[in-house]
Design a protein around this ligand. Sequence first.
Ligand code: H2B
Length: 95
Amino acid sequence: MAELLTDDQIDQAIRDHLPEWKVADNALVRSVKKETFLDGIRLVATVAQLAESMNHHPDIDIRYTTITFRVSSHDAGGITDDDLVLARHIDTAAG
Ligand SMILES: C[C@H](O)[C@H](O)[C@H]1CNC2=NC(N)=NC(=O)C2=N1
């Protein structure tokens, strides 16, 4: 199981690599606004494949064309490197 990151490590990672993300309730959170509902669903499907390949899964909230991803390591009870990696993959998929 990946090690929990410190608040400073998380803040540094957001500053350096994940500027679209914020920390809320011990998780990384980002919303993505797509042009259409189906564009959003396609993004969800892409992220789902990535998550399965990593065996690390985001919480996903779908509201019309806005998709919100919430990423944390359930087993570790907070934010780990696995979450940073998944967040980077989500950014790539989101375009
Ligand atoms: C049994 C299975 O490998 C675990 O439950 C995996 C599944 N996906 C997961 N996803 C996330 N975000 N955190 C986990 O701790 C986690 N654990």
